[in-house]
Design a protein around this ligand. Structure first.
Ligand SMILES: [Zn+2]
Length: 222
């Protein structure tokens, strides 16, 4: 169901068998209200009007961030290990700053994506193996993903998935995601014991966890 509010844009309403009501805003500024199946519309409108300031502040921040990241979003620049490089290209080659030159195939974005995924495959598995050794843990299988919402995951069959877009982030962020997913080999939850394990290998993990949020826009790239 779609509900239009005068103040912003669209507000989506998703009803499900849940007990509580929550408002979520994604990094494109889309607002969704999650609520129980029979939750009355008048109450939703009331909630939105109560939360007006919070929503507007949030949307403004998203717009500011998008403006700040506009060169990355338009593929004029590319992030590699947290460093921004200019992208220049002709119909033969694509140059990433002065560090790399790759072949232009079909179109610029898909050529870059292919190259990034190859580089991610080599880099991320090596990082993960490094931390697995340090933490004395072993996973069953490694997969590279291109999920839009997650940096990584670990399932009950000890398979670890890492997002190829991680290679755009600083090394500390990559290390954090590796440590986080490997800690799930011990605890498949986010309990205190889980976070203690993460902290053992990365004492400043809280800072890095916050830092990663600044890069969530990269999940929408490529
Ligand atoms: Zn987790």
């Amino acid at each position: 169901m779609l509900y239009y509010d005068t103040m912003t844009n669209k507000i989506y309403i998703k009803r499900s068998r849940r007990k509580s009501v929550a408002i979520k805003i994604d990094n494109q500024g889309i607002i969704t209200v999650f609520c129980p199946l029979n939750y009355p519309e008048t109450k939703i409108k009331q909630l939105i009007s109560e939360k007006r300031n919070w929503i507007l502040t949030h949307i403004k921040k998203i717009n500011d961030d998008n403006l700040k990241n506009v060169d990355f979003i338009n593929y004029k620049k590319l992030l590699l290990s947290g460093v921004a490089y200019d992208i220049t290209y002709d119909d033969k080659n694509i140059k990433i700053g002065d560090v790399e030159q790759i072949k232009y195939r079909k179109d610029m974005v898909s050529s870059l994506k292919k190259w990034l995924k190859k580089r991610a495959e080599e880099t991320l598995e090596t990082r993960l193996n490094h931390w697995a050794r340090v933490m004395k843990l072993s996973y069953s299988k490694f997969f590279l993903t291109q999920a839009r919402k997650k940096w990584g995951s670990c399932d009950n069959e000890k398979r670890i998935r890492l997002n190829f877009r991680l290679i755009m982030l600083p090394e500390d962020c990559i290390n954090y995601v590796c440590i986080h997913e490997l800690s799930h080999l011990l605890y498949l939850n986010h309990s205190k014991k889980f976070w203690n394990t993460v902290a053992k290998f990365m004492p400043n993990y809280k800072t890095i966890k916050k830092q990663i949020k600044d890069y969530s826009f990269t999940l929408q790239l490529f």
